[in-house]
Design a protein around this ligand. Sequence first.
Ligand code: SF4
Length: 490
Amino acid sequence: MISRGLEGDRVDSATCEADFMKHECGVFGVFGHPEAAKITYLGLYALQHRGQESAGIISCHEGRLHGHREMGLVYDVFKKDVLDNLAGDMAIGHVRYSTTGSSLLKNAQPLLVDYARGALAIAHNGNLINARVLRSDLESRGSIFQSTSDSEVIVHLIARSKKEKIESTLIDALRQVKGAYSLLVMDNENLLAVRDPCGFRPLCVGMLKGAFIVASESCAFDIVDAKYIRELEPGELLLINRSGMHSLQTGSAKAAGNGVCIFELIYFARPDSHVFGRDVDRVRHNLGAILHGEAPVEADLVIPVPDSSNAAALGYSHESGIPFEMGLIRNHYIGRTFIEPSQTIRDFGAKIKYNPVKTALKGKRVVVVDDSIVRGTTSRKIVKMIRNAGAREIHMRISSPPIAYPCFYGIDTPTRKELIASTHTLEEIRKYLRVDTLHYLSQEGLVRSAGGNPDEFCLACFSGKYPISLAVDFDKFYHDRKQSATTLKV
Ligand code: SF4
């Protein structure tokens, strides 16, 4: 099997707090549209919030797969000449934030490989928790990996399958992996979309003038005027080709569907999306309303930590009757990669990103609504800013329960000891943030806001109860370290 380099070239066939709890990835696919790559570009543009480190598109033209991927934002990676070269009526695309493997071009997706049965492209959102074990086993049997991303394991498992049809080889591969995946796979005839049996990450299908569209979130349909059809069920595989769309099951048993990531509803998904059968904006509004029910307070203003907490703050305001104001202004023009490199610059992060509106805050008793607290450092800086702007009282309301456990299913959280809620009591956190009162939404209130039952959701970052047992020692940089060690030896 040969991985094809697409590094910056066309290759033909042959920080609110949650900003430090990283986004994951977004996928988008098109089958049967004459401008498939351009539609994919627009779809990725709408999914940019799911990953800002790299972007890529692979299209299929006259039976050959070709593509382009680069580090950077969709807008910067795909200029007109690049898109004009991506002909074909089938394409898949990916925006990435690295959740396994370093932020390197070799890990950018979609991956494109040539193997015994032809060319294959793959775009993955999620994390495989047994990738390390599978990779070691594959390497011991002669497989050579080009990237350090867990997604490449799936490619090797497909290549080794003895089955004939592409859908059967994919099912064969997926029965060996554990973890979270919303996945697009494309060969020169078929587009396949699949969601893992727990249903961690969203994936939905729509139509555009007879073409099939698949996307992480429905907001990507709106930008191209595609009609939303439905979400893929947990454990469902959609095979799309010239004969239409066929639904298959990846497992022999009924999919559990017990891993729907509730953080998609709290923070990750765009508020104008419909994911997991819910309007995200409405859920966030409910979070704020229920948060007020749990922790009312006398105050003059409700302000969000923009933008991800806007809807929850509106919910709190409507329920309480306390006026809503934009007391913090967010600068939208900060390059994520600029903030990343050094701790010194990151310490400035909150100030670079937010500025308080002094006239709105001076002398006021303020309810500050934020979606989460991870380490607590950014929240503390935001509180200081609001205090310095003249606020008389600050009441912090968090529209999620305390995050006390890391995520292993595609969200890059810090280790347990870095999570403030795993090492501090509520009162200690309140004192550290220097707020007058602090309340986190309860788990029961969270599930009620989403209108579901607790068995449906993954709540592991709050409860420590992981839907899939972490029998393997998960380490997202394991493969990077292994490769550099090998290089040093040579
Ligand atoms: S651990 Fe938290 S962030 Fe990760 S999948 Fe579960 S709910 Fe989502």
